[in-house]
Design a protein around this ligand. Structure first.
Ligand code: DGY
Length: 327
């Protein structure tokens, strides 16, 4: 009998076809939004689940799904997994790193440019028929070239953004991270390590690329925003909850900082209503990794983790590899 797996969200048909060569596959191609109870119900009897970053896998779910052996996330971030509970339950977790790095760094840089150069505001202005004449300071923004780029969280995506800034735009790059990078990597990124306080104070543009955890919750709130330059821009492509969205909306309204670009939100897909009413923010619906080739590569990696583990005991990108040595 083939192992049974569940694909919790709509996904590329070719990835379903690949999985169907190895498993009995249950799908959700109508992309219904399941409650935790419905997810549990649909997981009964399944050995593996393909998740996309939104499905919460916690102790309660694991206790109710005793057959589950692996959860494969089609995302590099895995804050939807309670990794400790999964490891305790002997359930393997995998994510989808690397394949999205350059695409996501491209988007981070695009959002930075759109924010600093006020592109969304300018487009709304034009569409509203407000463009009637030239003016010396019409929608004037901040320069990217030659400015100081700050990066909070210097993993693979942060390094990709640093390289784009340093090599492409002659930016001075500073970063803060839990641990300092080795010198060769710093040199490749032309990046200097600074304290978080120095980062907040010195950056003309601050990009957040750190993982979400209890310790990064509201890493940027009112006190941090108050330390930034009034001309600064803030970009969040990491996770909602890293920024205190209510405090940010107030800082944008009061011009504590100049502008923000946000791809992720606390409680998304809901967006804090105050953010919707400030003009100096560019808002996008969590699409930093969204090109079709990259999304396909992410889906294939999640699928290959399911196949690798359930068929051969060798997943490609395990998050709790200690479970493998116990088998
Ligand atoms: C990730 O992979 O964590 C991204 O946020 C998904 O788009």
């Amino acid at each position: 009998m083939l192992p049974i797996i569940l694909i919790a969200r709509a996904i590329f048909p070719e990835v379903i076809a690949k999985l169907a060569q190895h498993f009995e596959v249950a799908t959700n191609q109508t992309d219904e939004s399941w409650t935790p109870a419905q997810l549990i119900q649909n997981l009964q009897g399944t050995q593996g689940v393909f998740t996309t970053g939104g499905e919460r896998i916690d102790a309660a779910l694991l206790a109710a799904c005793p057959d589950l052996k692996i959860c494969a996330n089609m995302a590099v971030g895995y804050n939807n997994f309670d990794l400790k509970a999964m490891t305790a339950a002997g359930v393997l977790a995998t994510n989808a790193p690397d394949v999205l790095t350059e695409t996501t760094a491209d988007f981070g840089f695009a959002l930075l440019m759109a924010t600093a150069r006020r592109m969304a505001e300018a487009e709304h202005f034009l569409r509203a028929g407000l463009w009637t004449s030239w003016r010396y300071d019409l929608l004037a923004g901040a320069d990217i070239h030659g400015s100081t780029l700050g990066i909070l969280g210097m993993g693979r995506i942060g390094q990709g953004i640093a390289k784009r800034g340093a090599h492409g735009f002659g930016m001075q790059v500073i970063y803060h991270n839990r641990s300092r990078l080795d010198l060769a990597t710093e040199r490749a990124c032309k990046a200097s390590y600074v304290s978080k306080e120095e980062l907040l104070k010195a950056a003309d543009h601050l990009v957040l690329v750190l993982p979400y955890s209890a310790s990064s919750h509201h890493a940027i709130g009112a006190p941090e925003l108050a330390q930034m330059k009034p001309t600064a821009t803030l970009v969040n492509i990491a996770r909602g909850g890293i920024v205190d969205d209510a405090a940010l909306a107030m800082a944008l309204r009061n011009k504590t900082i100049a502008a923000a670009g946000l791809d992720v939100f606390e409680g998304e897909p809901a967006v804090h209503p105050d953010l919707l009413t400030v003009p100096n923010v560019v808002l996008t619906p969590h699409i930093a990794s969204a090109t079709l080739p990259t999304r396909l590569a992410m889906a294939n990696l999640a699928a290959d983790n399911l196949i690798g583990f359930l068929k051969h005991g060798t997943p490609l990108t395990p998050l709790n590899p200690e479970l493998l040595t116990k088998r």
